[in-house]
Design a binder for this molecule. Sequence first.
Ligand code: TXA
Ligand code: MG
Length: 324
Amino acid sequence: MEAPCTTLPASDEAIARAAERLHDGGLVAFPTETVYGLGADARNDDAVARIFAAKDRPSFNPLIVHVADLDAAGTYGAVNDLARMLAERFWPGPLSIVLPRLPDSGLSLLVSAGLDTVALRAPAHPLAQDLLTRFGGPIAAPSANRAGEVSPTAATHVLESLGNAPDLIIDGGHCTVGLESTVIDLCDERPAILRHGAVTREQLEEQLGAVDDASIPESGAAPRSPGQIARHYAPAIPIRINVTDPRPDEAFVAFGVPGTNNAAVELNLSPSGEVIEAAARLFATLRELDRPEFTGIAVAPVPDIGIGRAINDRLRRAAAAHAD
Ligand code: TXA
Ligand code: MG
């Protein structure tokens, strides 16, 4: 029988135990400002393999390696001028940077899923930073959910999704950003966004000039990021997006001033119509409404600006998961 997973409230003692578990090849779920991560020592093949098993994640989908800062990132990836500029502006924070992987990085090959690149991120959450400092090494961490489910923004979501798979969960309350990090690829001449997130395209373009949007692969083309496969981020019941008139048997996710409608139940992402607040609530709201008593979840239109673009990206993928 698997040993039961322990959830510990945030404390120095919890961080120390988590660092020990990582040293021993264990799996530790921890909060970041975006979503909870399922962490393992990124240099340990067995530990990284356990992440793929726990999530039931396809082995072609690489993991983000978390580091304390730019210096540490330079141990694993070939940091170029653009990467330095972005890290100085946005790290620690919700930005993952894909760089050529150094041949002597010492990282498990599994982390990169066979690619010769690595995604690096210095998270801003104080508990994630404490854990990185205490552990003193790179932490591979995808979102702490089973593949295909929405990412966890609270410790209880991790337990619901992964059960006893993590050896330890550090409970740091709700994640403030609520959506996964922006992923930018700096390996080619032209920077390309692989996934939209809290660091917006506008912010990236201020630093870099024009940036390609490679977040939606052209039809027929191989995705630049293996995580772009559409079947992702999906609740179990169907989702309809850009809905203004929900059906009586649907749960409705409103944005801004509530309309009059006949939905079975209504939750509002942001009564004041703010996209940042809506992002922080999105995944918890979808989880709460993902119940068989509803025929589906209908979501009101969300403006496609700033982090709203990341919200719409996740919603489109959730809707697409049920379209085939
Ligand atoms: O906010 C986040 O990024 C969270 C927290 C825990 O840091 N992590 C997260 O990891 O969302 P995950 O594994 O759920 O998503 C990582 C994404 C995937 O879409 C993956 O395909 C992409 O990053 N990725 C990772 N390494 C890559 C690489 N070398 N090249 C291209 N894409 C990569
Ligand atoms: Mg994920």
